[in-house]
Design a protein. Structure first.
Length: 260
């Protein structure tokens, strides 16, 4: 065990199972022909050491914990120019990596959802992502149309990425063990380069639809003041979780048209 202590306020749970570490790293497929991988929250470097053995790409880590940064440089032997000390959520990632890259990590649980929103902001660069997160969040992102676990991230992520739930990870392989199961999911950028509506409006419509998820769209979308003839469409009798990505795109297009 390393001398780095897991810090609760950073949501750190260090992976302590080498086989699972190998499985996570081997889940990266170089989809999108990237030559560089960024690891978020490497901690004690369990994934990092395996990534460093790969000749097909360069590994750069992003770590907010100074203690871990020192350990990665001195004990793991990662060159300092491959260590970015900082908060991934606050980085101008598009400027750091303007070319296609892969993303990997045992993501800090307290910011896992925010990490996926950040990925969406940089979807033109991040062509593949393999992340370990809470099982509940993983299931939400990977669920299909009509799933009860569907939420905002389900639609927004699947609009731009193909998502695959890879495997479940029990608490006992972490130090300290989290109180929930974890899971590894893989995102691969799909062919959708743009939407037939404003992306900002699409995001807002999805968030509004799920803001009162038990209500029908007719009630959930009231703040939009939609015309009565549009509200007569059968789709407004459905709840947000019953809609597919394509349904939401079509809904956004029609909402935009109703405002012209």
């Amino acid at each position: 065990m390393s001398k780095v202590k897991p810090k609760k306020h950073l949501g750190q749970h260090f992976l302590n199972d080498l086989q699972i570490a190998d499985d996570i790293v081997n889940a990266m497929t170089s989809f999108g022909d990237y030559k560089e991988i960024y690891e978020i929250g490497p901690g004690t470097g369990v994934l990092t050491t395996r990534l460093m053995q790969k000749d097909e790409y360069k590994t750069t880590v992003i770590e907010i914990d100074t203690e871990s940064v020192v350990y990665l440089a001195n004990e793991v032997g990662l060159p300092k120019d491959q260590i970015i000390e900082g908060d991934f959520l606050k980085l101008d990632f598009g400027n750091i990596a303007p070319h296609p890259v892969g993303l990997i990590g045992n993501f800090p649980y307290n910011i896992s959802t925010q990490i996926y929103f950040k990925i969406l902001e940089n979807k033109d660069q991040i062509t593949e992502c393999v992340g370990m997160i809470q099982k509940e969040v993983a299931e939400r992102i990977a669920t299909k149309k009509g799933g009860r676990t569907a939420g905002i991230l389900t639609i927004l992520v699947q609009a731009f990425y193909d998502v695959e739930y890879l495997f479940t990870v029990p608490p006992g392989v972490f130090i300290p063990p989290p109180k929930v199961d974890s899971a590894v999911i893989r995102l691969q950028r799909n062919d959708r380069k743009s939407l037939p509506c404003k992306e900002e409006t699409f995001f807002k419509v999805v968030k509004q639809a799920f803001s009162t998820r038990r209500k029908t769209l007719r009630n959930a979308m009231k703040p939009y003041g939609l015309p009565a003839e549009l509200l007569e469409d059968p789709i407004f009798k459905k709840r947000a979780e019953e809609l597919s990505v394509e349904d939401f795109i079509d809904l956004t297009v029609r909402i935009e048209e109703s405002r012209k």
